[in-house]
Design a binder for this molecule. Structure first.
Ligand code: CMC
Length: 429
């Protein structure tokens, strides 16, 4: 019978070691025993971008990147996008099971009743310049919420964690909408508790002088589907930031602010914004071959393409493409869609992209929908941050309950100078 172990021979010493394999993984700390002598620290793993390192055990999201599979708590993303709502999916991600009707009613009631924020929040949003990027504003405002809820520091109290989780999920749309209204120069619109999660968000964004805002049901549902698709994605850059910062035992508002900051980057949640700018810059289908050649030549990237884990079509991108058709029936076709479709066609037939397994990811088509719905490009990553908040918090909760987790503190390979003496100013060359 085969043994679940790995035998390692250190050719420096000729010694052999046997380390356990569990869940297809060896423990990095098991390598520490491999030394050349007493003064040797022991072998470490070098993995600068965690490309082959599991930093946690998780039961939340499953991805098979080769097959293009994504599941939350075992449920395929396609089924959730078709049959669930964002709030129901958020409940599932947090609690591990789909809610009963009464659990869903209670959950919806709780989230709906935490949507207001302290009035002072509006004051410091007002302090930002008229052209401030809403992600920069969101990072600050979410972080600032920790000062309004000092009890959030009690992160070892499960009840406190739950309450702050509910507050964050409920308030993110309000904060995001306030940031948007500020850059647009509109007065803030307050939450309307009669509306759904996404319906209320659209209300806070787009309400003008009407007494009651009513969103288009197709657009409201499209946004809800987009929120479901963005709710979690296991150990991506921003989730890693959430877990890493949260592992210092800081309050969840500060950790979510760090996660939003990680999401802001163009290689992560900022990619949807970058795709739109790229499509606008390409401008016409005729310019695509030149653009592709530039990318292949190493000048820039085809934004919205490629993924660390998916080496097949991102299943979220497929669903978004279908959602785009429904949205464009209401809003009219986004003229950039033709450029995107042609770009995708050419890229999928091109040896460069085939060889590297580069396929459209979630961000390739989402921006086209957001633009058609009337969002300015700067708001796109914010529309990623709102639904991802539940993923960050579920991962944080899982970490808090995991006795194997400690403060995140990687090692380094020091390649700098050995000890040397301080040189007086007059002796320096
Ligand atoms: N366009 C052109 N070439 C690319 C691209 C791209 N979008 N992505 C990767 N490559 C090339 C890269 O140059 C490298 O080529 P070579 O082997 O010749 O050096 C090879 O493919 C492997 O790339 P990598 O950078 O080692 O791959 P990674 O796993 O570190 O990066 C990625 C993943 C998503 C950061 C990258 O594919 C990328 O920059 N994509 C564009 C930005 C983007 O769309 N990001 C959104 C990701 S999905 C949403 C989310 O989770 O945030």
């Amino acid at each position: 019978m085969s043994k679940e172990t790995l035998t390692i021979t250190d050719n420096r010493t000729g010694k052999t070691y046997e380390v356990a394999i569990k869940d297809g993984t060896i423990k990095a700390m098991d390598l520490r025993q491999i030394t050349t002598g007493e003064d040797d620290f022991g072998i470490m793993c070098y993995d600068p971008a965690f490309t082959n390192t599991a930093s946690c055990k998780s039961k939340i999201t499953f991805i098979d990147g080769d097959k293009g599979i994504l599941r939350y708590r075992g449920y395929p993303i396609e089924q959730l996008a078709e049959k669930s709502t964002y709030l129901e999916t958020a409940y599932l991600i947090l609690n591990g099971e789909l809610p009963t009707q009464s659990q869903l009613n209670d959950w919806t009631h709780t989230i709906t009743n935490h949507t207001m924020t302290h009035e002072n929040i509006k004051k410091f949003i007002d302090g930002f310049r008229y052209d401030a990027h809403p992600m920069g504003m969101l990072i600050s405002v979410v972080g600032a919420l920790s000062t309004f809820y000092p009890a959030a520091k009690n992160i070892n109290d499960a009840k406190v964690r739950r309450q702050e989780t509910e507050r964050l999920i409920a308030k993110m749309p309000t904060l995001a909408a306030f940031c948007y209204r500020h850059i647009m120069g509109f007065p803030f619109a307050y939450p309307d508790n009669d509306l759904s999660y996404t319906g209320n968000f659209l209300n806070m964004l787009f309400k003008m002088t009407e007494l009651k805002y009513k969103s288009n049901p197709v657009l409201e549902r499209a946004l809800d589907v987009l929120f479901i698709l963005h709710a979690d994605h296991e150990q991506n850059c921003s989730t890693n930031a959430m877990r890493s910062v949260g592992s210092s035992q800081v309050d969840p508002y500060s950790a979510v602010a760090a996660a939003v900051a990680a999401l802001y980057g163009p290689l992560h949640g900022g990619a949807n914004e970058a795709v739109l700018r790229m499509l606008t810059e390409i401008g016409s289908k005729h310019n695509i071959p030149d653009f592709i050649e530039k990318v292949k030549g190493g000048s820039g990237r085809l934004m919205g393409f490629g993924h660390r884990v998916y080496k097949n079509y991102d299943p979220r991108a497929r669903i978004i493409k279908e959602t785009a058709d429904q949205v464009f029936e209401v809003t009219g076709r986004n003229p950039l869609l033709d450029i995107a479709l042609e770009l995708e066609k050419i890229a999928l037939e091109d040896e460069y992209f085939i060889k590297r397994k580069l396929y459209p990811n979630v961000d390739f088509y989402s921006g086209l929908i957001y633009q058609a719905m009337g969002f300015p490009v700067d708001m796109f990553p914010v529309l990623f941050a709102i639904p991802r908040t539940v993923g960050w918090l579920a991962q944080w909760e899982e970490m808090m309950q995991d006795s194997e987790q400690k403060i995140a503190r990687p090692r380094q390979i020091y390649l700098g100078y050995d000890e040397r003496d301080y040189v007086a100013m007059e002796s320096r060359s």
